[in-house]
Design a protein. Structure first.
Length: 143
């Protein structure tokens, strides 16, 4: 009888741990999307970043910034605003309440116009739960 109780207890414990909503971790990740217009808060010079060079023509931005202080990015179908928290050489660290954004410029070249240049690099977005998404980009900066 004790063996039956013990077996029943073990089976119920296993079932509870499998079926418990607290034990189930929600499948929440980071989805980087695109947007097609520069937010009105950015006035003057800016950088615009694309996932693919072909997106330059149809304005599929993955991120825009006002030449450093403020950045915008579409994450999980929501336009997120970031503030610059640190920068060193060509690495810019932005933060908001939900995410940390690391922007690394890996290459710059003049676009032929004196006040603009093309850039390439990588974006890393991390949420408060340590979910990460990395993305290579190309883009343009100018005044």
């Amino acid at each position: 009888m004790k063996k039956v109780r013990l077996l029943l207890f073990v089976c119920l414990s296993i079932f509870y741990s499998i079926a418990s909503p607290a034990a189930a971790k929600p499948n929440v990740g980071i989805e980087i999307g695109t947007f097609d217009s520069i937010p009105s808060e950015i006035d003057g010079g800016c950088c615009v970043f694309y996932k693919y060079q072909s997106k330059e023509r149809d304005k599929g931005y993955v991120m825009v910034n006002d030449l450093a202080e403020t950045a915008y990015m579409m994450i999980n179908r929501r336009l997120e605003k970031f503030a610059l928290s640190d920068m060193k050489n060509d690495v810019f660290l932005y933060r908001n309440e939900k995410y940390t954004l690391k922007l690394t410029i890996k290459g710059k070249e003049s676009s032929g116009q004196s006040e603009s240049y093309k850039v390439k690099g990588a974006l890393v977005v991390e949420d408060n739960n340590k979910n990460k998404q990395e993305l290579a980009f190309c883009g343009d900066c100018g005044w």
